[in-house]
Design a protein. Structure first.
Length: 130
């Protein structure tokens, strides 16, 4: 995983990516409106525009400039981004130990019976010979 480029979006960038993952390619206005609807605090239009410009430079989003109004789309999938963030967290906070991460997660937050059953199924699938 050391060969992968770092995908480390900020919290604000993750919020924008969340809109793009949910809604698909969007204009700045559409991203702004979606964030305004989802959050309690106001986020300025020009702030969203600037963040999208920065995210384009970081290759987190792609910009389509064919129309007068630019349209932005996520350049990385949600699963890929989560994978990079999780790998980074495991490496930095848990010394590379997935076990330590899972033990911390399960001891810090109460898992529902349905979540525990899903975890058991995943573990059983991993244990089964392929």
């Amino acid at each position: 995983m050391a060969n992968r480029p770092a995908i480390r979006p900020t919290n604000a960038e993750l919020a924008i990516l969340g809109v793009l993952w949910s809604n698909g390619a969007s204009t700045v206005r559409e991203v702004h409106d979606a964030l305004k609807e989802a959050r309690d605090e106001a986020v300025g239009y020009t702030t969203i525009l600037k963040l999208l410009q920065i995210m384009t430079e970081k290759k987190l989003v792609k910009r389509d400039t064919r129309a007068r109004t630019h349209v932005y789309a996520a350049a990385v999938s949600e699963a890929t981004t989560r994978g990079h963030l999780l790998s980074d967290l495991v490496d930095r906070a848990f010394g590379g130990s997935s076990l330590a991460l899972v033990l911390q997660a399960l001891s810090s937050a109460r898992a529902t019976p349905a979540e525990l059953e899903q975890i058991r199924r995943l573990l059983d699938e991993r244990k089964a010979p392929r």
